[in-house]
Design a protein around this ligand. Structure first.
Ligand code: SF4
Length: 225
C-alpha cells in the first residue's frame, strides 16, 4: 500500500466514524423528540427552514470535517461547494480573534470549561461571535441546512420546545431547550469517540465548523496550506 492509499484509507475511516456517530446521536434524538411530543406537555418547535440557531459558534472534529468535505466533493454537489467557498470569503472577512479563542477552548475542554477564567472567556467569545450575526456558510437561502445528513454532532445536540420565537438575539426571554440525560450522554460520547479517532489520525484539535471543513477540503484536494 502506498502512503497515498494509506492516507485515503485513514480519511475514509474518519468519515465512517463520523457517520456512525451521527447515526447514533440521531437515534437517541429521535426517541427524545418523540417522547417530548407525545407527553403532551411540549412540542418540538425546530423545523426545516428555521435557522435562528445557525448563527451560533459550532465546532467540528477532524472526523466530522472530513465527512462534510467528502459530501461536498461528491460530483453532484459542485454547486454547494461553490456556494460554500463564496460564503467562506464572507465568513473570513467578518470573524475576529474570538474564533481562535473558541477553538482553543473547544480543544482543551471536552464540554464547558468548569471554572473561571475560561468559563467566562468562552461565554464572552461565543457572545461576540453570535453578535456578528454570521449565518453558517452551510445555510441555504431557504433557511435549510445544505449538509443536513452530515451536519456535526453540535447541530444535533439540542432542540427547542414550543416556539422558536425566543431563539434570536433580540428575544426578551429564554428559549425552552429540550434536554434529556440520554441525549446529553450520547452527544458527549460521540464527541469523545470522534476526538479519539481524529487524534489517532494525527489531528488532535477541534475547529470552527467552517474553517475545519475548509481545511479538510484542502487536504482532500491536495492543496498545500
Ligand atoms: S451545519 Fe447546518 S444545522 Fe449546523 S449551523 Fe450550519 S446550517 Fe445550521
Amino acid at each position: 500500500m502506498t502512503i497515498r492509499d494509506q492516507r485515503e484509507e485513514d480519511r475514509s475511516s474518519l468519515c465512517e466514524a463520523a457517520v456512525a456517530a451521527f447515526r447514533l446521536v440521531d437515534q437517541v434524538a429521535e426517541a427524545v423528540v418523540q417522547l417530548a411530543n407525545s407527553s403532551g406537555e411540549h412540542h418540538i418547535a425546530c423545523h426545516r427552514g428555521c435557522r435562528t440557531c445557525c448563527t451560533v459558534f459550532v465546532t467540528a472534529t477532524h472526523a466530522e470535517a472530513f465527512a462534510i468535505a467528502a459530501s461536498l466533493l461528491a460530483p453532484a454537489r459542485g454547486e454547494r461547494l461553490r456556494r460554500f467557498r463564496e460564503q467562506m470569503a464572507l465568513w473570513h472577512a467578518a470573524v475576529g480573534p474570538e474564533v481562535a479563542l473558541l477553538e482553543r477552548l473547544a480543544t482543551e475542554y471536552e464540554s464547558l470549561p468548569p471554572a473561571e477564567p475560561d468559563s467566562r472567556l468562552l461565554a464572552e467569545a461565543a457572545q461576540t461571535y453570535r453578535q456578528r450575526r454570521l449565518m453558517c456558510p452551510f445555510n441555504a437561502t431557504d433557511g435549510s441546512c445544505e449538509i443536513y445528513p452530515v451536519r456535526p454532532v453540535g447541530c444535533r445536540a439540542f432542540y427547542v420546545a414550543d416556539t422558536s420565537e425566543y431563539c434570536s438575539l433580540e428575544a426578551t426571554q429564554e428559549a425552552v431547550i429540550v434536554r434529556h440525560a440520554k441525549l446529553t450522554e450520547i452527544t458527549a460520547l460521540a464527541r469523545r469517540v470522534l476526538r479519539g479517532v481524529s487524534a489517532t489520525a494525527g489531528h488532535d484539535t477541534v475547529s470552527a465548523l467552517p474553517a475545519g471543513v475548509e481545511r479538510a477540503l484542502s487536504v482532500m484536494e491536495g492543496v498545500p496550506r
